[in-house]
Design a protein around this ligand. Structure first.
Ligand code: ATP
Length: 373
């Protein structure tokens, strides 16, 4: 399932050069983006970057100042929210407290022209989908937070929209329930085949549920890619830093790359004894400034010198024990720390590594990425 790689595939939603201004403030700037049917698409970014504004334009609650939004190839600009095949689920769930679970789910259907028996069938189907059958008669205050979230989802899906917008749908749940519910959401999305667009602050959540993630910054798209591409091949230090933990090392190109894809490049940085050997898919002129980004789990730590493409010596400043793994903060040049991660295993004890120890960090020449932005 990768319609974004298929030049023949037609997107369900197309943002074409969309700009949204509020007064003289630009919330979305010249944004172009395709979202495909059956995608679980996540909008991720810091507060104020424009996620909700993008979502509200899809729902029809805001109109673009410039540009067009197409759904199935049709400009939805003039279509009012209630006539769009789009539904929105809010963080607050907005359930009716005096109505039963059954009636909450049926509410939107009753207001449509749907015959009564079909409404009944539809509600039963939704109850089954969200495993709420035995709670049908209860009121919202008689069920748990997780169950309320499922009622809101059942209600939002009852009219079988083409597109469901979810604004921080799991924000009110505690961490454990949130994790479980992420998998439920994925199951329900897959079963119904509805296109989901989710707004979240939580990078782990976006990475877990999404087919693709759009990382946003200040009204623009920083990168749109699958979760593993975003993690393994971020296109900028901003994206590398926003998703997960990363070491970012400033340096200059010593041996320039020859211009072909994936050729070797050597980077000089603060530790002059250990130039970094890496690969780049871009042409990097000699002496140009770059950043080398590498995840802590790609950096090995040992007390004896290993054989590797990159080896740098340092001193342990800090150790964070996280149960299954430990993160080591290692000073590799004056004032400069590289984080390394190692899995903890009782049989391979790393207890011999401790504060102030002299250690070797190492990584392969393909473990990190060279970034120019
Ligand atoms: P959060 O994660 O905090 O919800 P967000 O990424 O969803 O943030 P938006 O709600 O889309 O951000 O807001 C983007 C920017 O546009 C913000 O700076 C916000 O203050 C501004 N903005 C949003 N709606 C309006 C409005 N109606 N009038 C003026 N400014 C607005």
């Amino acid at each position: 399932f990768a319609p974004w790689d298929d030049p023949e595939a037609k997107p369900l939603i197309q943002f074409k050069n969309v700009t949204k201004r509020f007064g003289d403030f630009t919330a979305i700037e010249d944004l172009t983006l395709d979202i495909y049917a059956k995608e679980f698409f996540a909008l991720l970014g810091p507060s104020g970057c424009g996620k909700t504004t993008l979502m509200r334009m899809l729902g029809g609650f805001e109109t673009p100042s410039e540009g067009t939004i197409l759904l199935d190839g049709v400009d939805i600009g003039p279509v009012p929210p209630n006539e769009r095949p789009v539904n929105m689920m809010f963080q607050s769930y907005a359930l009716f407290p005096h109505l039963s679970v059954w009636d909450n789910i049926a509410f939107g259907l009753k207001r449509s022209a749907m015959p009564k028996d079909q409404i009944g069938d539809r509600v039963e189907k939704m109850l089954k989908l969200t495993q709420l059958g035995k709670f049908a008669k209860r009121k919202p205050h008689q069920i748990s937070g997780g169950q309320r979230q499922r009622v809101a989802l059942a209600r939002a899906l009852a009219k079988a929209p083409k597109l469901l917008l979810l604004d921080e749908p799991l924000g009110a749940l505690d961490k454990k329930l949130r994790h479980e519910t992420q998998f439920e959401l994925m199951d329900i999305q897959e079963t119904t085949g509805t296109t989901f667009v989710i707004v979240t602050h939580d990078q782990e959540e976006a990475m877990t549920v999404a087919s693709r993630v759009a990382v946003m910054t200040e009204g623009k798209l920083a990168q749109v890619a699958t979760p593993d591409q975003i993690y393994e091949a971020p296109n900028s230090t901003y994206v590398a830093d926003f998703i997960g933990d990363v070491n970012i090392i400033e340096g200059t190109v010593e041996v320039p790359e020859k211009g072909a894809a994936d050729t070797a490049v050597t980077i000089r940085w603060a530790n002059h004894k250990a130039p970094i050997n890496a690969y780049s898919d871009r042409h990097l002129p000699a002496a140009s400034s770059v950043h080398f980004a590498i995840r802590p789990e790609k950096v090995a730590i040992s007390s004896e010198a290993p054989e590797a493409a990159n080896v740098v010596e340092g001193k342990i400043l800090d150790i964070a024990y996280l149960g299954n793994i430990s993160t080591y903060h290692v000073e590799v040049a004056p004032g400069m720390v590289i984080k390394a991660q190692a899995t903890n295993n009782r049989r391979i004890s790393r207890r011999n590594l401790t504060w102030e120890d002299h250690v070797y960090l190492s990584w392969t020449d393909t473990a990190g990425v060279v970034l120019t932005e």
